[in-house]
Ligand binder design. Structure first.
Ligand code: HXC
Length: 528
């Protein structure tokens, strides 16, 4: 991949504008003719975004001459070649990728019949060719002047987003204020990249919110990148700039196959600096033995996986679990790792949703799933129950049970209760399950267990505190080690922390060609 600074340069890149793609002799009236500069608030024009996305000189446009057929609200007087969206294909790191970029300078990037038809053509071409598609959204949604023609256009796009979901990678970049269908289509794709203080996503914008709810809310609060990256979780990546967002899309594709029938791209690690058998001696320093002490699991990831290969997904959302792509001995993998640095690594509603979705993404594109487990369980409490932790936790269980890609896991310290079961255990189809020597597998922590089992006995005991300590020690001795799991074969091996990379690399090679078929069904019924 090229260096970001050389691709981007220092000044904003303004290369061509919509004028340059207007065919000679075509009448253009009223719109789209003054776009020599990026529109208000944007860094790049629609065309320069595409030029920045693709390897230099490889983008080829199609359908530049398509025009709309609108006749109402003054549209009959306007001829707009291209109808506000630039479509085509090119190369990213030498691999073919299809793309479109909506042009906010033309009727707010709104989507009419012809505009939609161009997009569905690109999606169909990408789907049938088995190539990824990058969708650059910058649109106020359905073109108000075209009525039902615009709405049906979105329906056609959604149907294709779903048809090709799990077939080709679909990456959505949000590059301006986007509303209506311009946010639903991204939500149906694999990844959503937003740009800080530049892009906004809402089903209805602030003006409509004001009209309907009489509520004053600014665009940033309603649907800014910060909100979607931290609260709603809609944004998988929050880029610092448009160029940064385009680089994220390029980088993301380096982990993904072009389609679900291809293998993910292998990138050999440096054999001197980063051999697969490299010992990870720092792990014992990173992970404290005391099971309540926090540490950041991303330090473990950095140590175990190929150097600098981790690309975290939804990094600012539901941070008690960290998910993302990395390479292990050169093979792209997906990582699901409880993060004890945040809420002790507990699985709450958002963490379950985030992890479940990522498991499904990896499974769709054939990336082995590596789970690093240190989890106290699912988060108890009224708020979680009322908001449906049962269904959301079940989503995670469903995703692991359904995944047929190789599934490897390492219990670093503890795996309690339902979280032990759902997170890649042997019982939900884990292929290789390892633990460090200090790992604990139990229904719950010792204090809670003693309280539930012995509260009546303790109340009657002459020295309840001493007895509670005794019982806690007994519980710890029984469960706070990997002995039973190993004896039953639920753990394939107990490994030294320093051997984690070597063991995972070896086992990944051993299971890489795994084949598993599920029974035929129209669709499974994933919990809501
Ligand atoms: C036609 C539109 C448009 C639209 C914006 N424009 N949205 N034209 N159809 N949907 C035009 C404006 O008239 C204006 O034209 C130019 O784009 C810029 O718009 P502004 O409002 O000045 O820009 P800004 O203040 O940045 O606000 C951007 C915005 C706002 C937040 C996106 O324009 C907005 O709320 N638009 C409507 C959003 C919406 O409700 N869309 C329909 C959704 S229904 P001029 O000529 O003045 O420059 C839908 C159906 C599918 O999409 C739903 C699936 C679930």
């Amino acid at each position: 991949m090229q260096d970001k600074t050389t691709r981007a340069g220092t000044a904003p890149i303004i290369k061509r504008d919509v004028v340059s793609r207007i065919a000679p002799g075509v009448v253009v009236a009223g719109v789209g003719v003054s776009n020599a500069e990026p529109v208000r608030g944007a860094e790049l024009t629609a065309r320069s975004r595409l030029e920045q996305l693709f390897d230099p000189g490889t983008f080829m446009e199609i359908d530049a001459g398509v025009t709309h057929r609108g006749r109402d609200f003054g549209m009959d007087g306007k001829v707009i070649p291209g109808d506000g969206v630039i479509c085509g294909f090119g190369e990213i790191n030498g691999r073919t990728v299809y793309a479109y970029a909506q042009d906010r300078a033309v009727l707010g990037g709104s989507l009419g019949e012809a505009h939609a038809h161009k997009i569905t053509k690109i999606l169909d071409l990408a789907g049938s060719a088995g190539k990824p598609v990058v969708c650059i959204n910058d649109s106020g949604g359905a073109r108000i002047q075209e009525g039902v023609e615009a709405l049906c256009g979105y329906g056609e796009i959604f149907r294709r987003n779903v048809k090709y979901s799990g077939v080709i990678p679909q990456i959505s970049l949000l590059m301006g204020p986007c509303a209506g269908g311009a946010v639903y289509s991204p939500a149906l794709t694999d990844f959503v990249v937003m740009v800080h203080k530049k892009s906004y996503m809402f089903v209805t914008g602030p003006k409509v919110v004001k009209a309907v709810n009489h509520e004053d809310v600014d665009t940033e609060t309603l649907g800014g990148g910060q909100m979607h990256a931290t609260r709603s979780g809609v944004a998988h990546f929050l880029a610092a700039s448009e160029i940064d967002g385009l680089e994220i899309a390029r980088k993301l594709l380096t982990y993904l196959p072009s389609n679900n029938m291809e293998s993910p791209p292998f990138v050999a690690p440096d054999p001197e600096r980063d051999p697969p058998w490299r010992l990870c001696k720092r792990l014992e320093l990173i992970v404290p033995e005391a099971r309540q002490k926090p540490y950041d699991v991303r330090d473990v990831i950095a140590e175990v996986f190929d150097r600098e290969s981790f690309l975290e997904v939804r990094a600012r959302f539901a941070q008690s679990v960290s998910v993302g792509f990395a390479r292990l001995g050169g093979f792209p993998v997906g990582i699901i790792a409880n993060n004890p640095a945040i809420l002790a690594g507990v699985l709450d509603i958002d963490a379950s949703r985030k992890a479940a979705r990522f498991v499904r993404t990896c499974n769709a594109f054939g990336l082995p799933i590596i789970s690093l487990i240190d989890v106290p369980g699912f988060l108890p409490g009224r708020e979680q129950e009322h908001n449906g932790i049962i269904d959301h936790g079940a989503k995670l269980c469903y995703a692991y049970c359904e995944a047929t890609v190789p599934k490897l896991s390492v219990i670093l310290r503890k795996a309690y209760g339902g979280a032990y079961i759902v997170m890649s255990s042997k019982h939900v189809g884990g292929d290789f399950n390892f633990s460090w020597p200090t790992a604990e597998i139990a229904v719950m922590g010792a204090a809670g267990a003693v309280e539930i089992l012995f509260s009546k006995d303790l109340a009657k005991h002459p020295d309840p505190l001493a007895r509670a300590v005794e019982l806690t020690d007994e519980y710890n001795a029984k469960f706070c080690n990997p002995g039973v799991g190993q004896a039953r074969g639920y753990l394939d091996a107990v490994i030294q922390p320093a051997d984690t990379r070597k063991v995972l690399c070896q086992s990944l090679r051993a299971i890489a060609d795994k084949r598993e078929e599920l029974p035929y069904k129209r669709n499974g019924n994933v919990p809501l």
